[in-house]
Design a protein. Structure first.
Length: 69
């Protein structure tokens, strides 16, 4: 028996940004004070995030921070 998802699919707010605007967002996020955190995510999410970061030419930690911010 299959169940229907109860959550809406994630809409990436950065999809509509140009590369320059995305980079500006990431760099601005890096300027803020930081704190360490641990986060457990599904392996598929982890792999997709790393692939997106690689495609955009940014470190995956920076991408994750920008998405959380």
């Amino acid at each position: 028996m299959k169940t229907k998802p109860t959550r809406k699919p994630f809409s990436d707010p950065f999809d509509d940004l140009s590369d320059e605007a995305f980079e500006r967002e990431v760099l601005e996020a890096l300027d803020h004070a930081t704190t360490k955190m641990s986060l457990r995510v599904p392996t598929t999410c982890w792999n997709r995030t790393k692939q997106v970061a690689e495609n955009r030419g940014v470190p995956y930690q920076s991408l994750m921070k920008a998405l959380i911010d």
